[in-house]
Ligand binder design. Sequence first.
Ligand code: FA5
Length: 352
Amino acid sequence: MDLQELDNLLSETRENAEKAIAEADTVDALRSAEGRITKGPLADALKNIKSFDAKERGAAGQAINKAKNEVKQLFAKAQETLKQADLEGERRKSANFDPTLPPPLTRRGSLHPVTIVQREIERLFRGLGFAVVGGPEMETEFYNFEALNIPAMHPARDSQDTFWLTNGWLLRTHTSPCQIRAMQRFGPPIRVIAPGRCFRYEALDASHENTFFQLEGLLIDKDISIAHLIAYMKLLLRQVFRRDVKVRLRPGFFPFVEPGFELDMSCAICDGAGCATCKRSGWVEILPCGMVHPNVLRYGGIDPHEYTGFAFGLGLTRLAMMKFGVADIRILNSGDLRGIVHADRLRGERIA
Ligand code: FA5
């Protein structure tokens, strides 16, 4: 054999190796093809090295070794690719891989129960022509008390223990300051609701938080009466609970309404039997309301001889507790969902 013939043989061997690699579909098939080629023509060529001229022997040996290494590398690479593919196949088989299935949904969070109730009420009142307004959480004494007919030293201030700020302002104790701001901003007739966070320096228990939500409502127009007030309150409760709710209306005193009422609902936690949430009374104070006091209308720049109106201050957090069966108000500010999950099961209602 001369060098030219050797070159042809080595090229053919390389081609055979590539062909065998393309045909092999398992690692074992690759191994046996590699053995066949390296131990066959390449080994034979090495054995026959003596048949070359002494001058050409060195070059022939180098060419054979180079071809051998190239073929080995080709097989090693092919083996690695096949192993990866096998592994992928196993993984798919074991996971019952179905490429036609839609990708798994990412679990999204759900809205806070108070937000859910707030949005429901906003939707209802928007549909009735009300605007949704806000107000500052840091308020002046004027808007939080004085303009609401609660002058300094008035005993009604004691019922709303206040967080005072060092600049003489305060954290609003209720959403009622939004009434005055709405009167000043819009003038009559007015239809607004104002949901928002309130703060009281309270001793905490199952139904009292120092940070909670109220939703203020104010309607001012000509010839508004208590009949309008009651009709709107009934509508509100029906919308939130989507069933008949046992309520009671009793006189309530608030300096900014006259007459004033307390609307309580039968405790949804114990079905009126009495529990820690309702302080064993079977009733939960939820919706104080009344006809806007003439002095408040005057503070808001409205003539009480021309206009009348009603206002309400819904305890939004307590309403969410009643709707979702949350027995302790502190759960709602804690971020611990277990109490809510429990109530969810209890009442068969889904939060989101
Ligand atoms: C007021 O705050 C009046 N501004 C409501 C009002 C508005 C009356 C307009 C008339 C006209 P009261 O202090 O009762 O009222 O609070 C209203 C509601 O807020 C209560 O019925 C209760 O549901 C809720 N609430 C009061 N204090 C707390 C508290 N510490 N934690 C949770 N909810 C509370």
